[in-house]
Design a protein around this ligand. Sequence first.
Ligand SMILES: [Zn+2]
Length: 228
Amino acid sequence: MAVDEKVIQEIVRQILAAKGLQSAPAEPKKEAPQASDEFPIIPVGVSARHVHLSRKDMDTLFGPGSELTPIKPLMGGQYAAKEQVTIIGPSLRSIERVRVLGPLRKQSQVEISATDSFVLKVKPPVRPSGDLKGSAGITIVGPKGVVKLEEGCIIANRHIHMSPEDAKRFGVKDGDYVNTLAEGERRTMLYGVQIRVSPEYTLEMHIDTDDANAIGFKDKTEVTMFKR
Ligand SMILES: [Zn+2]
């Protein structure tokens, strides 16, 4: 027989009263706000470590004039390429099979997690993609050569991609920062989440593998967005 929660509470209250004690007031239950344009629900995607390459570095790593081979389309005209590289830091320990994302960019960029940075012994700053000035150096090894980047290694910041329509609906603009709440077993508030707006984007929050583990990410994890 299932015992009613209220019955249990009443029994506890009576026992405590009999002992001349008072039960602690019940903790007010904090309800997650209802999904709305004020508190939108955002699907989450996890970005594993990856590399973007410049034309020059592509030539060095994969041979002059070589091209990336797209295998999986990603948001905003990007794609995962078949090509992979090895990254090495000052510890001389390496991380192999790091995916290259296309298309080629102006400047090569290596996005890793803080956990990776401890393995490699590099100290990348947390940055938005493309903001590389003064970021960490790292070495990339490809099948045809080696590139030593003086800067370009970052830990990507938490961000939410969205269309201009979504941005208008939610009352945010490109470059704004918001917070997001991940419910579930490892309920976590994620602060400092950058909004990125483009007509090419669909609504998705991107976090790295460290954040994914911290919030207990499972397929189809969603978060609630809070404007600051
Ligand atoms: Zn992203």
